[in-house]
Design a protein around this ligand. Structure first.
Ligand code: ME8
Length: 648
């Protein structure tokens, strides 16, 4: 039995500037599986997830959509929560950084760090990437301008700021990594972090004055223009969720057993977070687990390519639990993984269908035919001790693997008992044994298979909760902490039962169930379920209204226009869409409009496109236009409308 009696498991809190995709689902499903496993083995468990709602990025996303940040955060946070609820994610708390208690906790942390002498005020000048909410030294920028992490343009920010004395924690951090070889998993990631910290740590700017949307400093600082740096705010969620700074109600769950993150945010969790905790005199987490990156068909997922995997779509098409199994089995934790329907279908048909589902079907078939469904396991050891030994050996290896985050190996090892069972049927040939009247041996073989299926179901339960409960039901028991102790810990056998026929668990998948929307052929893509007979829609991907509303369309007034001399096609426009300053838009319309034609006219602007660069000029929007054989015309409001009005 493990020595931790309380297991606290966390996911990152996800930004509300985007809806959930397969990457978010991956982290959350791993965490859910660990939490379910911890509960099954009888540990008191607390599983936390939630949303990260402050910062400039969120403020700007809200503004682009013409919404107040709080209203916008409410809306997107709910989409995450709904998805996790629909996915049956067993979180104990869903935290939002806009929760009052969280804000109080962050302020308390700030005060504590300050009292300890870890916070001081100074000036900061640096290159800031809004998308990553991070300052980068000039030496790390790409072409002196672009963010080394996400490639977007950075801007120079000079502000008065409070600083956290990160530099003072360099040695303590190195000692922590040194003395706790498993503190960062996989170990290769720990080595990366050590190298980074050995390179030297600068103090960290932890407040901002250039925007408002964040946790204010505590009142006694009397410094209302500062808000907390979003990463200080966000990281603190892991303890404010337990009551830090308010009622301390669940603080006995701290330190966390496992904090799951993607490799993109390792630096924040493996360097800043432990330093903050040390400053607060709180213990450090047992494991920080950084997983790799999901791509789709070998390509990075991005909205502009239109290849982002929507977890709901996959779960609807292939089954939620099959999808869970696939993600956890397919990729070694820490490595990058590729999502393809082919790989998913292979896992369903082969691992789940052939190895597991068919085994149950074979058992239902044999016990029905020979024994009216009765299965007795009490003579198994008399006839199949070698098989039992092999199974027990495999099961014994499993225990530490999950919490060491060797999840794909755990599943691989868990399939060995299934293979023992399948091989035993082929080897002992129950149909021959029955002909030879070897009834006890045949019954014991069925008992062996049932026992193996029962044990495997228990150990697979955390990953496929409903499916395994169905298997258990067919085998006349229920998966719970008691049956775990009986069948796994104490190696007991299944009591005699009458097998129940259940519908096939993993019907064979014959073809891809989601029609790929190829990025460059969006207009030609079809959606299988909906493409039926509506001629007008044939060949066009149907989208839901919520997808349509993800596009922010605005009435803009062109307040500046000039021709780009080196280009036959481009005009450089300044378009007012009701924001502080006009947007620069580079439009390919010069063949049909002169600068003068378009100046002081109204246009329709797509306002939430990723900025792009055209001939070295930044373009922060796109104009709506229609083009046919006669040429191109701009789409404009029929009557003048207030600049910045949303189009819907
Ligand atoms: O970083 N593959 O939030 P976020 C695998 N708010 N995992 C992926 C992924 C991909 N392609 N894309 C995202 C933030 N993830 C901060 C965290 S915590 C105090 C604050 C997963 O919405 C992965 O877990 O950008 C990654 O770490 C997380 O989503 C980032 O989510």
């Amino acid at each position: 039995m493990s020595c931790h009696f309380k297991s606290y498991i966390t996911t990152p809190i996800y930004y509300v500037n985007d809806i959930a995709h397969i990457g978010h689902a991956y982290t959350t499903i791993i965490a859910d599986s660990l939490a379910r496993y911890a509960r099954l083995i009888g540990q008191e468990t607390f599983f936390l997830t939630g949303t990260d709602e402050h910062g400039q990025k969120i403020e700007e996303s809200a503004k682009l959509r013409g919404k107040e940040p709080q209203a916008y955060a409410d809306e997107i946070s709910a989409t995450f929560k709904n998805l996790w609820d629909d996915f049956d994610i067993s979180y104990d708390k869903f935290i939002r950084t806009t929760d009052k208690d969280h804000k109080i906790g962050v302020q308390k942390a700030f005060t504590t760090m300050h009292k300890r002498g870890d916070i001081y005020k100074d000036k900061y000048k640096g290159h800031y990437c809004i998308s990553c909410e991070t300052f980068f030294p000039k030496t790390q920028l790409v072409d002196d301008e672009f963010c080394p992490e996400c490639g977007k343009s950075t801007s120079i920010v000079e502000e008065e700021s409070y600083f956290f004395r990160l530099s003072a924690y360099q040695d303590k951090l190195l000692a922590w990594y040194e003395n706790n070889p498993d503190c960062i998993l996989p170990k290769s990631k720990r080595n990366e972090v050590i190298r980074f910290v050995e390179g030297g740590l600068e103090d960290l700017s932890i407040t901002r004055t250039s925007f408002d949307w964040g946790v204010k400093l505590p009142d006694d600082f009397n410094d209302s223009k500062h808000v907390m740096y979003v990463w200080l705010d966000a990281l603190m969620n892991y303890v404010t969720a337990l009551g830090y700074g308010t009622d301390d109600k669940n603080m006995d769950f701290w330190p966390a057993r496992v904090q799951l993150i993607g490799k993109d945010i390792l630096r924040f969790h493996a360097i800043y977070w432990p330093a903050f905790l040390m400053s607060l005199d709180l213990p450090l987490p047992k494991h920080i687990g950084a997983h790799g990156w999901w791509t789709r068909n070998g390509e990075k997922m991005s909205k502009s390519k239109g290849n982002v995997v929507n977890p709901r779509e996959v779960a609807d098409a292939y089954g939620l639990e099959n999808f869970r199994y696939f993600m956890l089995r397919e990729v070694p934790f820490g490595g990058d993984g590729d999502f393809s329907q082919k790989a998913l279908i292979d896992r369903i048909n082969s691992d789940l269908g052939n190895d597991l589902g068919n085994l149950l079907n074979r058992l239902i078939g044999m016990s029905g035919k020979y024994f009216d469904g009765r299965v007795e396991s009490d003579k198994v050891a008399n006839h199949y001790q070698a098989e039992l030994n092999e199974v027990n050996e495999s099961l014994a290896k499993l225990e530490p693997m999950l919490f060491e985050l060797q999840i794909h190996r755990y599943l691989e090892e868990l399939w060995r008992p299934l293979s023992v069972a399948n091989k035993a049927i082929d080897k002992y040939q129950p149909w021959t044994m029955m002909k030879e009247d070897r009834i006890e041996e045949t019954m014991a073989l069925n008992g062996l298979i049932a026992t193996i299926l029962a044990k495997v179901s228990i150990m697979l339960h955390a990953i496929m909760p409903k499916t395994t409960q169905n298997i258990a039901m067919a085998l006349g028991f229920e998966i719970n902490p008691e049956s775990f102790v009986k069948l796994i810990r104490n190696d007991e056998i299944l009591e005699t039962f009458i097998i129940e026929k259940i519908p096939p668990l993993f019907p064979r998948v014959e073809e891809e169930l989601i029609v790929e929307i190829k990025p460059e052929k969006v207009e030609k893509a079809t959606v299988k379920k909906e493409s039926k007979k509506e001629d007008k829609n044939e060949g066009v991907a149907l989208i839901g209204i919520d997808q349509f509303f993800q596009t922010s369309l605005k009435i803009g007034t062109v307040v500046g226009a000039e021709e780009v001399s080196k280009s036959k096609k481009l005009l450089l426009l300044q378009v007012d869409i009701g924001e502080d300053k006009p947007r620069q838009v580079v439009a390919g319309i010069k063949e049909w409009y002169s600068a003068q034609d378009i100046l002081n006219t109204q246009v329709c602007v797509v306002a939430n496109l990723q900025p792009a660069k055209l001939m070295g000029m930044k373009s922060e929007g796109m104009l709506l236009a229609a083009k046919d054989a006669d040429g191109l015309c701009l789409i404009r409001p029929e009557k003048p409308k207030t600049t910045g009005t949303s189009i819907s």
